[in-house]
Design a protein around this ligand. Structure first.
Ligand SMILES: NC(=O)c1ccc[n+]([C@@H]2O[C@H](COP(=O)([O-])OP(=O)(O)OC[C@H]3O[C@@H](n4cnc5c(N)ncnc54)[C@H](OP(=O)(O)O)[C@@H]3O)[C@@H](O)[C@H]2O)c1
Length: 338
């Protein structure tokens, strides 16, 4: 599997990142899967043996079980892995068991280290932005953890572009570590980040880690217009899927059908490949409920789509250009450059 630099950093990550949110243990998020210790170990080994070196988890996934299962599954192969984990969502009942205060960030980082059975986290991500806490406080706490050797690289997730820019400016002005990655939802059905976030990341050398590349399973072909919804999957009913334009999504599935057929591939593989080929993307964090889905998805890393195929997918899934971008397009139309 090809490696890519994570943004402008020296961290080389596999183009596919294994999302461990599906490691749920006995009492976790059972609607996602039933993956316990034996499955986690088996799947982590398949991923590592296929060239995946990048693993994503978070302190809230299954109340911490995802981190514990990932740490256990990596075991003696810990050094082969780049582990990303996250802080920010509520982890307990206490006042400071949520958010990005110094208090919570320090506590949460130490708890993640314990669950992952490691003395360093390769990439620590702020899971969401917290407008109630000054950025300086959060970034200072992260900087202290970096200095203590507990965190090696920093990043954020689900940030707006202006908030990312603000965080980078604060870090730069204080000489603190910059974010090297931003983790964001991006899929053929959900292309919102193209307007502001991708240009900001490219401009700033921040690598994009995509989550939800299959729109939680919608972009696999098992959900069809006017057909019965399958049971036993994460998206229990049509009202459950991620927010997107359904008509455009079903039209996109039709184009995916044709391309998948040409390649003797699955719709999931083509949908993953499309995200892998988008600019600014360093790594695509994918999910799998079982080993079959895992091995199927891993093959996307070796595929090649033609410019025509990528163009067809782009055209059918393209959302309207929001203001002020369409306004800029009018202004820029006649300014032709070589
Ligand atoms: N930063 C964040 O806020 C955030 C949010 C969400 C996730 N994440 C991270 O991103 C990772 C991936 O997110 P995601 O799980 O939403 O991504 P996804 O790849 O869009 O969806 C994964 C789901 O799609 C279905 N699926 C996957 N491969 C399939 C295949 N080959 N055939 C048929 N169905 C298939 C499975 O669900 P079913 O079998 O149930 O259909 C699987 O659980 C997570 O593990 C987590 O690490 C981060």
């Amino acid at each position: 599997m090809k490696r890519r630099f994570l943004g402008n950093s020296g961290l080389e990550v596999s183009s596919l990142c294994f999302g461990a949110m599906m490691f749920v243990g006995d009492s976790g998020w059972r609607h996602l899967s039933a993956l316990g210790p034996a499955d986690a170990k088996g799947m982590v080994n398949i991923a590592l043996d296929s060239g995946v070196n990048f693993f994503d988890t978070a302190d809230i996934y299954s109340g911490g079980a995802s981190e514990s299962l990932l740490g256990d599954a990596l075991g003696s192969r810990r050094k082969e892995a780049i582990i990303a984990t996250k802080v920010g969502f509520r982890t307990g009942e206490g006042t400071h068991d949520v958010g990005l205060s110094r208090q919570h960030v320090l506590e949460a980082c130490h708890a993640s280290l314990r669950r992952l059975h490691t003395d360093y986290i390769d990439l620590y991500l702020l899971h969401t932005y917290d407008p109630m806490v000054p950025l300086e406080e959060t970034l200072r706490a992260l900087e202290d953890l970096v200095h203590e050797g507990k965190i090696r690289y920093l990043g954020c997730s689900n940030f707006m572009a202006w908030y990312l820019m603000k965080a980078l400016a604060v870090a730069d002005s204080r000489g603190w570590s910059r974010f090297v990655a931003l983790q964001s939802l991006y899929a053929l059905t959900n292309r919102d980040i193209e307007t502001e976030i991708i240009p900001a990341c490219i401009d700033q050398g921040v690598g994009i880690m995509v989550w939800g590349p299959l729109a939680g399973g919608f972009l696999t072909g098992k959900y069809r217009k006017n057909q019965p919804w399958p049971g036993g999957t994460r998206i229990a009913s049509p009202s459950d899927h991620l927010p997107f334009d359904e008509d455009r999504a079903y039209r996109t599935l039709e184009v995916l059908d044709g391309i998948a057929c040409e390649h003797r591939a699955t719709i999931a593989q083509i949908a993953l490949r499309w995200v892998l080929d988008q600019r600014g993307v360093s790594s695509v964090v994918f999910g799998a409920r079982n080993r079959e889905q895992l091995t199927e998805n891993l093959r996307a890393a070796e595929m090649h789509l033609t410019a025509e195929e990528l163009g067809a997918l782009d055209a059918v899934s393209k959302p309207p250009r929001p203001y002020p971008l369409w306004h800029y397009d009018v202004f820029n139309k006649e300014r032709v450059h070589d």
